[in-house]
Every structure is written in C-alpha cells, then in structure tokens.
Design a protein around this ligand. Structure first.
Ligand code: FE2
Length: 249
C-alpha cells in the first residue's frame, strides 16, 4: 500500500519516506530485536535531509522547555506532546506515519497502538542543555494495560552523555549485559520499557543533547488511578502540572 502524505504533512519526499525502513533488512532488525531481549539500535535510520524538518523546529521550542530536577535521580528539560502539537506538528506526523508504525510493529512482533490524546508523554523532547543534566537508572514502566515500547530518535548530540543499559536483567536464564551508546542524530533505539534498565550519564560543560522520545502500547486502556499516577509523575519529573494535566486544553 502506498502512503499518501496528508496536506499538512512535513516536507519529506515520498522517496525518503519509503526508505525509512526499506533500506534496512527489516527481518534482520526483527531477529536482532528478539535476540537482544526486545532491544534494538538502528544507526542512521534518518539521514540529515529527513531529520531537517524536525531540527528546524527546535529553536522556536526552546522557550517551551520545562526544566525539572529530582535530587539524585534526574535533571533536564522536556517538551510535552501538547506543546509539540501546538508548535511543531512535524513530530506528530512522524509518530503517526503509517510506514513508521508498521515497521515498528513488524520489528517488535506486536500490533503497536498510539497512546491516547491526553498522554503528555506520547511523544516528547528530552533536552539536556545544562551541565549535569542526566537521568538515573530506571525502567520505562507501563501504566497502560498493555506493554509499552519506547522509541528514541537522536536529534542533537554534541555531548559526552551516554545511554547506558543492561540487557536481559529481567531474565534469570541469561547473563546481564551492560552496554552504552551515544544517541547520534538519526539513530533509532527501540525497546520494551519494562525490560530495559537504563540511564543517561551527566552532560558535560558546554554540551547539548536533544532526543525525541515516542511511546507505543499494545493496549491503550489505563485505569483512572493509574492515569492520575502517570500524570503526577509526568508533572513532577517532566512537563510541569499545568501541561501534564491541562495541556490538551
Ligand atoms: Fe527511560
């Protein structure tokens, strides 16, 4: 089936869209993802021209970055999906791009669904711009009834920060493997949020690191209690109370 861009779609060429996953041996990616306990890195998924419509929006988003600080765990800036929808719809276009979602579904072996419209974390920016910005060890816990898959896309990386992660920590049959990577622009990382233990090491002086995070689920239902907990976490650790609870309005 051929993808027809919507009228407001960003300025990507159809040829570029079709090569998003086609240029990679997608069966190989699927095998790697399974072999690495639901974790995958795709280097250079998006080239500079394809990334440009996203990068072009970053300067105007800077005033909307919400800074947060949780002692001993997290420091950095974030931009919620509500703010992105208002100011940079190209991000939603990528998140909802059929080829992209279908490719991710094939690789993960799951029918991936978008998060509902009231989830501020559906897609968001993590902006590390001040020395010491980081996040400590954690899982991307799913508050949904279904599984949660995190998809990270490197946008800017002029930093010494590393995504450090432990593969198979949840599998008693396999030895835990500790690895790290620099999330280069255009690099894609996909993982099951409840399986991958990970952190981002502190930013150095004069450095900058901006990452697009996207979240897909296998069942988008969430209880009211869990929605409240999720929004509280997003308010405190990421986007602030006003955006997390009222951003959609
Ligand atoms: Fe995370």
């Amino acid at each position: 089936m051929r993808f027809v861009p919507r009228p407001n779609f960003w300025n990507l060429t159809l040829a570029a869209l079709e090569t998003v996953f086609a240029q990679f041996e997608i069966d190989l990616l699927k095998q790697k993802f399974a072999a690495q306990n639901e974790f995958l890195v795709v280097e250079n998924l998006l080239g500079p021209e394809t990334l440009q419509p996203l990068l072009a929006r970053l300067p105007q988003l800077r005033p909307s970055v919400h800074r947060n600080y949780l002692p001993k765990h997290k420091k950095g800036g974030s931009v919620s999906r509500f703010m992105l929808d208002r100011m940079a719809p190209a991000f939603e276009s990528l998140y909802t791009l059929p080829e992209f979602t279908q490719g991710l579904s094939y690789i993960t072996g799951r029918s991936l669904l978008p998060c509902p419209g009231d989830d501020p974390h559906t897609y968001a920016l993590y902006c590390y711009t001040e020395p010491g910005d980081h996040i400590g060890w954690h899982y991307d816990t799913s508050y949904y009834r279904g599984l949660r898959y995190t998809v990270l896309l490197g946008l800017v990386d002029r930093s010494s920060s590393r995504l450090e992660y432990q593969l198979c920590r949840d599998d008693p049959e396999r030895e835990t493997e500790s690895l790290s990577l620099a999330l280069a622009p255009g690099m894609l990382v996909v993982f099951n949020g409840d399986k991958l233990y990970h952190r981002v090491t502190p930013l150095g002086q004069g450095e900058e690191r901006i990452v697009l995070t996207m979240e897909y689920v296998t069942d988008a239902r969430m209880s009211a209690t869990r929605r409240f907990i999720s929004n509280m976490k997003d308010s405190i650790a990421y986007f602030g109370f006003r955006d997390a609870f009222q951003g959609r309005r």
